[in-house]
Design a protein around this ligand. Sequence first.
Ligand SMILES: C[S@@+](CC[C@H](N)C(=O)[O-])C[C@H]1O[C@@H](n2cnc3c(N)ncnc32)[C@H](O)[C@@H]1O
Length: 365
Amino acid sequence: MPTPGEVPWDIVEHTAAKHDIYQRYLERWFPILLTGKEKWYPSVTYAEGFAGPGIYKTGERGSPVIALQAFIDKVPPTKGASRFLFIDDDPRCVALLREQLAPVIEKTTRTEETMPVEVVEGTCESQLEKQLTVMDAWGKPIFAMLDSWGNAPIPYQLLRRLAGNVSSEVMITFLPQHFVRFVTKLGDSADDVFGGDRRWREVAKLPDGPSKYRHLLDCYRQALSQAGFQYLLGFELVPRTGQSLYLLFGTNHPLGVKKMKDTLWEVDKSFGIGFRDPRDDQDETLFELSEPQVAPLGRLLLPTIIKAGESGCRVNDLVDFTLFETAFRKEHIIPTISMLRDQGKIETDRPGRIVYGTFVRVPQP
Ligand SMILES: C[S@@+](CC[C@H](N)C(=O)[O-])C[C@H]1O[C@@H](n2cnc3c(N)ncnc32)[C@H](O)[C@@H]1O
């Protein structure tokens, strides 16, 4: 749906943090895939389904310009190629984006063969998969950036195809309130958005906005997993004021998860943006300025510990869940277990220092 207001628009608080994440991640993604020591590919594709105009009202760069520059800066011209595909259904965004990309393309020594760039006017749903075929992108790694406001459909078939494509990853973002409105308006036909899973319909029974969007985000995460993405990282960027932004990253590679997590924990804290796991029903941010808050990880780990019953589980058994299912890193696990023990929520098989071999369980009656 074309942008309702003027183009370009004002930058909002979480956009700078979002762009910092994109830039830091793509500056890793391009070189790993194109110049990696062990395995590398001759070419990759970076595609956006909701590209925007490439610039904000006060001059900040948009994500297409950030992506192009990350490739130019981080991959030597003698190394592999990258295709760039940008789709937007607003003709004003398309025209402005072409203007923004032109000087970046002109300045580089890259050629039409090693850096083809296509800007296409049309909807993500009608154009993205098709144009990836036109550019001969399938069968080689693709990074798909699907950065809408949450009010446009992303074809489930596209997500399945991306999940099954070699070394491909997806970043989906949306404003949760827009997503709730969009899905509610679609009614029963929203089943397609969730890959046919009807569990999202339970949203009608939920009492308030936060529980509605927590449920929908959870269903969407599940749908992406069903589409074939083995590892998913979902988190909200929470500004001091205004709406939060939800980001969901899907990959089939543990290295992708690790690099995305490194990126998250490095994001410039001066943006003042908090990170939150939307599954945490107490809405606590993971970190605000410098200190990570481990309470949300405690709440995420507790059900696994409860499930392990009387015999409990080793701290080591919680590592994979933490690494691949939450935004936390390995070094956050032991402080979290220690906090849970201090709070009396769990007990350990020995007093004192907690190590990966320690057994933990909920206190037995
Ligand atoms: C959040 S903005 C993109 C911002 C951009 N990724 C950035 O970070 O600089 C979303 C864009 O999606 C476009 N859009 C909305 N619905 C669309 C659809 N169905 N297909 C393609 N583009 C769409 C809008 O015109 C808008 O430019």
